[in-house]
Design a protein around this ligand. Structure first.
Ligand SMILES: [Zn+2]
Length: 166
């Protein structure tokens, strides 16, 4: 029986210090020849760390990514943008906190590109699928009820067939 897969946005993430990661890499050996003479080079793309391990004996190379990808985008980068946008946080402040802590992060330009090209179209799509209705008592200035209603094609089709029957 397959274990349920944790959605990528709910998977635990950690702050990893470079010195700790480098210490872990000293335990690596070449999977092909067993040599421990391994050189490393790293590349940073926003919050993504890519480490290339090269064997000095047989020249085998292995690339390790600190996070999965969503399409061609590092998952941590797009999730960071979504996590800034969804609670209404300010990108400048969040990214400044991360830079102050020397955490690898995306630029504000990348955040706004994610917002424009991915996040806002998703918000628009969800907005088009659902509508919210609020019942107010204006004299008492009280919200009596809030309903979230799906108004997609299937709902309308079902609704219209009920109207025709009655
Ligand atoms: Zn090797």
């Amino acid at each position: 029986m397959d274990e349920p897969v944790t959605p990528i946005h709910k998977e635990k993430k950690f702050i990893v210090f470079m010195t700790c990661l480098t210490r872990l890499l000293t335990w690596c050996h070449c999977p092909d020849c067993g040599s421990v003479d391994i050189s490393t080079c790293h590349n940073v793309i926003g919050s993504l760390l890519v480490i290339t391990l090269s064997c000095a004996s047989c020249y085998k190379k292995v690339t390790w990514n600190s996070q999965p990808y969503i399409g061609s985008t590092p998952a941590g980068n797009i999730l960071l943008s979504a996590s800034i946008l969804s609670p209404g946080a300010t990108a400048g402040k969040v990214l400044r906190v991360m830079r102050t802590m020397a955490l690898a992060t995306i630029s504000s330009r990348t955040y706004f590109r994610h917002q424009r090209s991915v996040l806002l179209p998703v918000v628009q799509r969800v907005w088009n699928m659902f509508g919210s209705y609020t019942m107010l008592e204006l004299h008492a200035n009280v919200v009596i009820d809030i309903q979230l209603v799906q108004v997609g094609y299937q709902y309308l089709k079902k609704f219209m067939s009920r109207v025709e029957i009655t």
